[in-house]
Write a protein of this length. Structure first.
Length: 320
């Protein structure tokens, strides 16, 4: 969704009219989740997706018509079980899509999109629609840490608000370049994530093994220089307890959103005891997942990588 916000800013600056089409209701097996958004300009599709296929094709054409009239709207789309079967789908689904026309002449819209972008790292931020009436352009609003800013369009005493959480794309730091790390990088790369692999041994994170990944060679005593932010995900799988603890102590001070450590229940008990009563105890209890990964009885590096990927996806998708 952050890329949609960036595209919106770009189009506002270009003074190019556009519509943001967002799923506000879903039932059944529709391919995208509530909040999924795409941008349409006068020329047609621009970015994002609400699921593809015939529904998206119809939505794009409808949005183009709305741009010409400078109006908002809502449309209900349904794929029946019969039609789904004809198209080779397992079952049908229903979605309601809100089409938000963005008034590029209103500077406040661009200002709000820019504010979402600047505040997303340290605050809970939402794009807000008023969906009380299908054909009214109440404009957009934003919510930051529970405070809703005024809408950019018409006044409406009766509000029915729909909010979309704005999050940065998942960025993952993996400490350690061993077998599990290599397997995990392959899985996360397949998911299209931004991955950074960190080790103090250059030969363990060679270009050959991590060709599509940013590699950082650094002494584990000097991790303060690594730019880990509060929305980032961290995985720790170094070559031993001594280095795991060292990395963990450094990373906890940076307060990333998620920290996963490869290990077992015995290791979990020892690490919890290590931080007990210290300055980092609270952060440890909130952030650290040890053993990392969902429980699928994983044994091989590849299986462990799948379990790790599953857990961080779940964490990211439920962060609303």
């Amino acid at each position: 969704m952050i890329d949609i916000v960036k595209d919106a800013i770009y189009l506002c600056r270009k003074k190019e009219p556009f519509v943001m089409a967002s799923i506000i209701f879903k039932h059944g097996s529709a391919p995208r989740e509530v909040g999924a958004t795409m941008i349409i300009t006068e020329k047609g599709y621009y970015s994002g997706t609400i699921g593809g296929g015939e529904q998206e094709f119809q939505a794009i054409n409808h949005a183009k018509n709305l741009i010409s009239t400078k109006k908002c709207d809502q449309q209900f789309y349904e794929v029946s079980k019969e039609v789904a079967a004809e198209k080779g789908m397992v079952c049908g689904g229903q979605t309601r899509v809100h089409f938000q026309y963005i008034d590029i002449e209103n500077y406040k819209n661009e200002e709000y999109f820019e504010k979402l972008l600047s505040e997303v790292e340290d605050h809970n931020v939402y794009l807000v629609y008023d969906i009380s009436k299908e054909d009214s352009n109440f404009g957009i609003a934003i919510e930051i840490d529970g405070k809703i800013f005024p809408f950019t369009g018409e006044e409406n005493p009766k509000r029915n608000l729909f909010k979309i959480k704005i999050k940065r794309p998942m960025r993952v730091f993996i400490f350690g370049g061993g077998h599990i790390s290599r397997a995990t990088v392959k899985v996360l790369d397949f998911l299209g994530l931004n991955i950074n692999v960190v080790d103090d041994r250059e030969d363990f994170i060679s270009q050959k093994e991590f060709e599509k990944t940013k590699r950082i060679v650094i002494d584990f005593d000097k991790l303060d220089s690594i730019d880990i932010e509060k929305s980032d995900y961290v995985l720790i799988m170094t070559r031993g307890h001594k280095y795991d603890i060292k990395v963990l102590e450094s990373v906890l001070k940076k307060e990333p959103y998620y920290i996963g450590v490869v290990g077992n229940k015995i290791k979990a008990k020892k690490y919890r005891e290590h931080f007990l009563g210290g300055d980092l105890e609270g952060e440890y209890e909130k952030k650290v997942h040890l053993p990392v990964g969902i429980k699928i009885s994983a044994l091989t590096p590849e299986e462990i990588a799948i379990s790790i990927a599953g857990e961080i996806i779940e964490s990211y998708r439920t962060n609303v």
